[in-house]
Structure formats: structure tokens, C-alpha cells
Write a protein that binds this ligand. Structure first.
Ligand code: ARG
Length: 490
């Protein structure tokens, strides 16, 4: 039998025994209560089914706390070594999936502490000096979120890079730009993709801006009021690379705005990704026929053999909702809470974990979808060359000839309406028909307003879609991405 398997069984036997001898979750907290918790209460209060995800962070936090206790003279050097050795064993059990969590011990903190005393004896009971689960859980969450923010930040950067690479690949290919989902004016496909790059860059900025407030170290706050023991939390902060200490213990144990910030960032990011996903879904319809996806990024129907469905994009769109819900859940949980810690706060974890897992799932998928998109460039050009797409340019030409814009708008609008009545576009009108609307318009002027001219010589206003401005936009984006790679975060 492999060692780890044996250890696991031995461990669960130990837990079984503990249950018989000390059937209440207060195995470590006996004293005040003489009865085991009612099963109805236990069902609601046990959080181990989800907060086991904090286990490794809990152990790392405890290691730093133990070192601080020794430095402060609250435990001996010998005690520290025993505690650290025990915690190290527990950490490897957790990381290798061999640690057995016991729901009767309520939460991750009690599970780790009980395992430690089981492992090293009574000295394990010294660890919780100057600490409460109320400050401990906040420390665990901060450590967890710091690691996850880094992973998510990297994936988000990859997605932005994928958009930039795809934009480069598209060169100067035109596509119709839309408002109201009606063809409006031609734009560069690269410009359209870069719009998503810009949105996601702001998301990245938002994530980076959470860093300063995430790196506040809460230990030392105790249950709510600090501790009378002579401790030095700065040691824990240095050890775990936090940049500041919580300035108010009541705030430290009861605030969760660092989680709200992450959930808000995530909800906004998911809105942006959902819109990108929606564009991909539209582009892949037979109606648009602007793009296709590789087979590996699509699914088929169990009944309709011809189907090739963009489920990945739909799922990104679909999963946005749960991240909005998670933000609302935590906002609502916090809304009516008096200071300081209340058990309601335990409900902060599932929304957090769910959002983290959602982002860890959809970000790499979105990158693959962007990389995989195969654009139908002839079709995009044909659609961009819509005979009415020159309407705004025509109006602007009249303005250059001294006509007031509103008047120019009216002249071109009536021409477009006239053409539409006959099932035509502006490009189909005769010299005579054009001149009837204004003596400043004729066929030669219409023929001058080519798609190329439209895109190349015009739209050079800042942020416009001309090749020159788009190229400048992409060059800046590359510089920034390279810089970010050097900066990193956390
Ligand atoms: N599992 C609890 C939570 O997540 C830990 C703190 C418990 N504190 C208490 N006073 N019961 O919030």
C-alpha cells in the first residue's frame, strides 16, 4: 500500500475515534457549552465543504503566526520547531490531497488545528494565542485571493495578447461597423478587435488597483478588539509579504470590501467578455458569415447532424450572470451587518470561490476562441462596402463645401430614403437624381468616396479607425503589454 494511502486511512481512523470520544465540534472549544451542537445547527454552520479550499493558506498563515509568537516570547524555540514540523506535514498532506477533513470540526481552521494537536500533542494548543478565527479567516482569504489574482491577471493578459495578435493578423481588412446592430460606417476589423483589447486593459488596471488594499495584514486584530498579549504583527506581515497592518481591528475582522472589489472587477470583466462572446456568436451565424471557429472549439447537435455550434462563446456569455449574482450576494450579505464580526460573514466564501473558478475557466477559453477565429475577409469587405456606408462621408463632404451639417444630414438622408424606396442604395443613384437633391452632389463625388478612401484618408481623429491611428493604437498596446510583463504584480 502506498505511504500516502496508508496515512490517509490512519488519519480517517483517528478522526472516527475522535468523533466517538468528542462528538461535538467544540472538541477544541469545550468549556462554555455542555451539549453537542444540534444537527440542524451543524448543517448550517459547517463550512468545511467549501472552505477546505483555504487549507493551504491557513497553514501558511499559521506558520508565520507561530514564528511571530516565538519572536514575541510567547512560545519557546522548541515549541516553534514542533509546531512548524507539524504544520509542514499537514501542508504536504493538503497539497497532495491526503488530508482528511472532518465536517464535525466545522471549518478549515478547526480542522487544521485539531490535526496539529493530534500530530504533535498539547504544544499544538499554544498556536492559537493572540489570534481568533475572525482575523485568521480574513488572513486566509487575503492570501488565497492574492495568489488567484495573480493567476487571473496572467490569463487576462494572455487574452489581451491574443486580441492584439489577431488584430495584427487582420492587417487592414475592413468590416462594417454597427450601431443598433444596423450597418453604420466601415471600420477596420483590427479596430473592432482592439476595442475589446481596450476594455480588457481597463479590467487589468482595475485588478491591479486592488493590490494595495489586498495587501493589508489583519492578524493582531483578534476576535474584534486586538489582543492584550505582547505580539508583533509586523513580523507576520514581513514574513507573508504584506505591505501594511490593519489600522483598526473592528474593521479588519468585519470588512469584506477587498472581496467586493475583486467581485466587482470580475463582474465588469465578465460583461466585457460576454459582449465579445456575443460578437463571436453573431459572426459565426450563416446570416453574418463573418467568421468560423475550428471544430475543436465548437460542438454539434445530438439531433441535427449539420450543426456546428459556438458553445464556448455562449458559455462565456452564460457564465457572466453567476458572477453578477456573486457580487450581489456579498453586497446583500454585508449590507445590514452591525460591527464587528457576525457569522453571516462565513457566506462570503462561496461567491468568491465560484467567481474565481469561473474566471479560471473562461479566460483561457476566451483566448483560444480569439486565436481560433478564422475571418471570412471577402465577405467582411463586401459587407463593409454597403452602398449606404458612404452616407456620413457624403454629408461631411458637403460640410467641407460650406453646407451646415444639419442641412447636409437632411440632403443625404432624403437621398438615402429615395434610394431605399426603389430598393437601391446611394451608390445606385444617377447623376440626375443626385443633383436633384443638391447641386453640390454628383456621380463623380459618389465614385470618389470609395471604401479605401473612407478608411484610409479619413477617420484619423484620435481613436478613429484609419489604418494610421489603428496601427498607432496597436503599437502602444504592444509597448504596454511588454512593460506589464516586466512589472508583474504581487
Ligand atoms: N468559518 C468562519 C468564517 O468563515 C470562521 C470564523 C468563525 N468565527 C466565529 N466567531 N464563529 O467566518
Amino acid at each position: 500500500m502506498p505511504d500516502d494511502q496508508a496515512a490517509k486511512i490512519a488519519k480517517s481512523k483517528k478522526t472516527e475515534k475522535a468523533k466517538l470520544e468528542e462528538p461535538d465540534s467544540g472538541a477544541l472549544l469545550k468549556g462554555r457549552l455542555s451539549e453537542a451542537p444540534d444537527p440542524a445547527l451543524l448543517k448550517a454552520s459547517a463550512s468545511i465543504d467549501f472552505d477546505y479550499k483555504l487549507a493551504a493558506y491557513d497553514v501558511k498563515g499559521s506558520m508565520a503566526h507561530a514564528k511571530m509568537l516565538e519572536k514575541s516570547g510567547l512560545i519557546s524555540h522548541d515549541d516553534l520547531n514542533k509546531i512548524l514540523a507539524g504544520l509542514k506535514t499537514i501542508l504536504s498532506e493538503i497539497l497532495e490531497g491526503r488530508f482528511t477533513f472532518d465536517p464535525l470540526l466545522e471549518d478549515v481552521h478547526m480542522n487544521v488545528e485539531k490535526a496539529l494537536t493530534d500530530l504533535i500533542g498539547p504544544v499544538g494548543a499554544k498556536l492559537h494565542a493572540a489570534r481568533s478565527r475572525n482575523d485568521q479567516v480574513v488572513l486566509d482569504e487575503r492570501l488565497f485571493l492574492r495568489e488567484k489574482s495573480q493567476i487571473i491577471g496572467r490569463e487576462l493578459r494572455n487574452l489581451r495578447e491574443a486580441l492584439l495578435i489577431k488584430s495584427e493578423e487582420c492587417g487592414l481588412a475592413p468590416m462594417p461597423g454597427y450601431t443598433h446592430l444596423q450597418r453604420a460606417q466601415p471600420v477596420l476589423l483590427a479596430h473592432h478587435l482592439m476595442a475589446y483589447y481596450q476594455m480588457l486593459s481597463r479590467d487589468q488596471q482595475r485588478l491591479n488597483q486592488t493590490k494595495e488594499r489586498l495587501l493589508i495584514m489583519p492578524l493582531g486584530s483578534g476576535a474584534l478588539a486586538g489582543t492584550g498579549l505582547p505580539i508583533e504583527p509586523q513580523g507576520v506581515a514581513d514574513d507573508l509579504e504584506f505591505t501594511s497592518l490593519a489600522p483598526n481591528s473592528l474593521d479588519a475582522v468585519s470588512s469584506r470590501d477587498f472581496l467586493l472589489e475583486f467581485l466587482s472587477f470580475s463582474a465588469i470583466l465578465m460583461v466585457n467578455m460576454s459582449r465579445l462572446a456575443e460578437d463571436i456568436v453573431l459572426w459565426c451565424t450563416s446570416e453574418f458569415n463573418f467568421a468560423t471557429l475550428p471544430d475543436s472549439l465548437t460542438t454539434t447537435s445530438s439531433m441535427m447532424p449539420q450543426k456546428k455550434n459556438p458553445d464556448g462563446a455562449e458559455l462565456i456569455r452564460g457564465k457572466a450572470g453567476r458572477t453578477f449574482g456573486n457580487l450581489m450576494t456579498l453586497l446583500t450579505t454585508l449590507k445590514g451587518l452591525p460591527l464587528s464580526y457576525n457569522r453571516d460573514l462565513q457566506e462570503d466564501k462561496e461567491p468568491l470561490f465560484d467567481t474565481v473558478e469561473t474566471l479560471e475557466t473562461v479566460l483561457p477559453l476566451a483566448s483560444k476562441l480569439v486565436c481560433g477565429l478564422i475571418f471570412n475577409l471577402p465577405r467582411l469587405r463586401e459587407a463593409a462596402n454597403d452602398g449606404n456606408a458612404l452616407a456620413t462621408d457624403l454629408a461631411e463632404r458637403l460640410v467641407l463645401k460650406g453646407v451646415a451639417f444639419r442641412k447636409a444630414h437632411e440632403i443625404v438622408g432624403s437621398l438615402a430614403a429615395f434610394a431605399a424606396e426603389n430598393g437601391q442604395s446611394l451608390r445606385d443613384l444617377s447623376d440626375k437624381q443626385l443633383k436633384a437633391a443638391s447641386n453640390l452632389i454628383n456621380r463623380a463625388l459618389i465614385d470618389e468616396l470609395t471604401l479605401e478612401l473612407n478608411l484610409q484618408a479619413r477617420r484619423t481623429s484620435p481613436g478613429g479607425t484609419s489604418p494610421e491611428t489603428t496601427r498607432r493604437q496597436m503599437a502602444k498596446a504592444w509597448d504596454r503589454l511588454r512593460q506589464e510583463k516586466l512589472d508583474g504584480w504581487l
